[in-house]
Design a protein around this ligand. Structure first.
Ligand code: IPD
Ligand code: CA
Ligand code: CA
Length: 263
């Protein structure tokens, strides 16, 4: 008999791969429906919706009593104690421009926190997975965060909110710390950015105003890879502040971000 996390991660992996393949094939053919949501630059395509539909239908079929929250409108109550958080395409702007950094992100929580997380990057065929207590994996190989201990050597990643007034404050903060770190990246998909910290491709990631579907899966992957994750007070991530790095850099990044105009 397998445990719950193993069963759930297998289901999430299967659905993420199917939804990602569907979106990738659709993107190759071309987009026909592109609408906007919170602002004129916050896009949603027919493949964001189709990916969410495929994942939600698959979850309901296998786990009819679970709750599900999806970015494109799914909000379903459950009775099993398991809640799923689905970002059907994280990095929609990259998807729109046919850049490879977009993913499908699926995480599940129970009363004890996140049980499993899956982040699948279809264009690169990279599957990041984790179960609580079971380590973090990239295409079946265990991953660990990096060990850089000096801010001056750290490659930091961030993101910008769709609301243009928030973006200005976020960009101004970078001006105040860019001379204190190795360099700064903005790849455009929060879940992938966090997984990149988990596997040592980046040393730190900070962004505000995210949603649970952006980070629930990747947060577990990062913690299982040895990262420290939290908000700027060190508390578990909420919707606003999401900071991820190795445990040595974490307090240094809190100070740096606060001194640069963080919350
Ligand atoms: C966005 C991406 C982006 C981040 C934004 C998110 P979406 O998600 O993760 O990197 O900077 O804050 O909203 O809209 O592409 O699913
Ligand atoms: Ca997202
Ligand atoms: Ca999305």
């Amino acid at each position: 008999m397998t445990d719950l996390g193993t069963d759930l991660v297998a289901l999430a992996e299967k659905l993420a791969r199917s939804a990602g393949s569907l979106a990738l094939a659709g993107r190759k053919k071309g987009l026909t429906e592109v609408d906007t949501k919170s602002t004129a630059t916050d896009m949603v395509t027919e493949f964001d919706r189709a990916s969410e539909r495929l994942i939600v239908d698959g979850l309901i079929e296998s786990r009819p009593h679970d709750a599900i929250v999806g970015e494109e409108g799914t909000s379903r109550d459950g009775t099993s104690g398991i809640s799923w958080f689905v970002d059907p395409i994280d990095g929609t702007t990259n998807f729109f421009y046919d850049l490879p950094n977009w993913c499908v992100s699926i995480g599940a929580k129970d009363a004890g926190g996140t049980v499993c997380g899956v982040v699948y990057v279809p264009a690169l065929d990279e599957m990041f997975t984790a179960t609580r207590g079971g380590g973090a994996w990239l295409n079946g190989k265990q991953i660990h965060c990096g060990s850089i201990a000096e801010l001056s050597q750290a490659l930091i990643c961030t993101g910008f909110n769709y609301d243009s007034s928030n973006r200005v404050a976020q960009a101004e903060r970078i001006l105040r710390y860019i001379d204190k770190v190795r360099d700064v990246r903005r790849f455009g998909a929060a879940a992938i950015d966090i997984c990149y910290v988990a596997c040592g491709r980046l040393d730190g990631y900070y962004e505000e105003y995210l949603w649970p579907w952006d980070y629930v899966a990747a947060d577990l992957i990062a913690r299982e890879a040895g990262c420290r994750t939290g908000d700027l007070t060190g508390a578990p991530i909420d919707n606003r502040d999401v900071l991820i790095s190795n445990p040595t850099l974490f307090p240094q990044l809190v100070t740096l971000i606060r001194e640069s105009g963080g919350k």
